[in-house]
Design a protein around this ligand. Structure first.
Ligand code: ATP
Length: 394
């Protein structure tokens, strides 16, 4: 087991494509770290650089106490699990699991009876090694519920079983770190949720440093001890799932993490009597004292208000200075809850997540009460810094 450290790492592909841009990151020993971001943000390239499949153009990568920039992939002692499983189709599950270990064995000749006579020492060591491999394979198979499938070939397995074999092949090697590249994206939604829970339990049991790449923010939040949100080759935020969701550092992170995404309204802050108010031309929302304190210097400045769908509540009795009037355009029932897409008088779409038993009809006009203590305010200019977070020393 080992920590993995990126120190100012960049990767530029021919054609001046900067896939990874000055990334510094400390992945702790035994941690489950998830790299998440939209397509092309550089997450796979980062993972491949840890594996040694891509070479950094600048900076250093360290695994444990060894800088690995010049170390061949096979000597890095890490295991990678891909989206497409990459199993050997002609081998049984047992052989797929054992193959990596067989390739690394130091003693040959176990299968040849002549060795028992001519080189009994070597024969004994080879047999012992073979028994160890068998023990590791069976132990891993039991851990993953594959005992009954060891003699099958991959084509006779379901998608979930194949993914378990791919996992098993990584685990059996007892590497210093696991690298996962979107390993669940070929599975159907239900199986993905099941495998997600299995992966989490597995990590708790084997406690190996894990770096996991996904574009799915829900997968990132449910799996990661920490989540790294990337865009354009750069890290925008690294923190616990709670931190990146509740305290996004900028508008990009706020909009990427969470489904349905955060609602954004363009407007400005104005002073009304002794209070600060957010106005967008139609609505007026009274800013809470905690936020007012941080926003006092931005009166009359344009600003973006961010409201998560769950921070809105249907309320006919809501005070006008904390509610938005919208016309219901779409109602999406989701079983226990419901997403209501409304349109403001300004023509902005606002999504509210509410109880499924609420009786709402399309084209109806409704009031949504905003919990103004839980909203965010962002700068208008890129990257849209979150102005409602407490200022920390840099
Ligand atoms: P996805 O989720 O679509 O796999 P990603 O976040 O993993 O995206 P990368 O695969 O790391 O992104 O790619 C980052 C950028 O580098 C993209 O613009 C991509 O087109 C580019 N890129 C990746 N590999 C190469 C390559 N071998 N040659 C040139 N450009 C590349």
């Amino acid at each position: 087991m080992a920590e993995v450290v990126f120190d100012n790492v960049s990767k530029t592909f021919p054609g001046d494509v900067r896939a990874v841009d000055r990334v510094s990151l400390h992945i702790r020993d035994r941690e489950f770290l998830v790299l998440v971001g939209p397509s092309g943000c550089g997450k796979t390239t980062s993972l491949r650089m840890i594996a040694g499949l891509e070479e950094p153009t600048a900076g250093t990568i360290r695994i444990g106490d060894r800088v690995v920039n010049d170390v061949a992939p096979k000597d890095r002692d890490i295991a990678m699990v891909f989206q497409n499983y990459a199993l050997y189709p002609h081998m049984t599950v047992y052989k797929n699991l054992a193959f990596g270990l067989m390739m690394r064995r130091r003693h040959g000749g176990w299968g040849n009876p002549l060795f028992a006579l001519l080189a009994p020492g070597r024969y004994r060591l080879a047999r012992q090694e073979r028994q160890e491999i068998e023990h590791r394979v069976r132990e891993t198979a039991t851990m993953l519920g594959l005992d009954g499938l060891l003699s099958r070939r991959p084509r006779a397995l379901s998608g979930g079983e194949r993914q378990r074999v791919a996992l098993g092949r990584a685990i059996v090697r007892e590497p210093k770190a696991f690298l996962f590249d979107e390993p669940l994206s070929n599975l159907d939604a239900k199986l993905r949720v099941e495998m997600r829970a299995e992966l989490k339990q597995l990590h708790r049991r084997i406690q190996t440093t894990t770096v996991y790449v996904t574009h799915d923010q829900e997968e990132a939040m449910t799996l990661g001890d920490r989540v790294v949100v990337m865009k354009d080759g750069m890290i925008h935020q690294c923190g616990s799932p709670f931190e990146v969701y509740e305290r996004p550092v900028n508008r990009f992170v706020a909009g990427f993490m969470g489904m349905p995404p955060m609602n954004f309204l363009d407007g400005r802050i104005v002073r009304r009597d002794d209070r600060l108010v957010f106005e967008d031309g139609v609505c007026r929302l009274s800013i809470s004292p905690a936020h007012s304190h941080r926003l006092a210097g931005l009166v009359d400045e344009p600003i973006v208000l961010g409201i998560r769908p769950e921070v809105l509540r249907l309320a006919s009795d809501a005070p006008p200075d904390s509610s938005l009037r919208v016309t219901v355009r779409v109602v999406e029932p989701l079983g226990d809850r419901m997403d209501v897409h409304g349109e403001t008088a300004q023509g902005h779409t606002i999504v509210c997540r509410t109880d499924a038993r609420t009786d709402i009809r399309e084209d109806e006009s409704i009031d949504l009460q905003v919990d103004m203590n839980r909203v965010h305010f962002f700068e208008c200019q890129d990257p849209g810094r979150n102005l409602s977070l407490p200022v920390t020393g840099s």
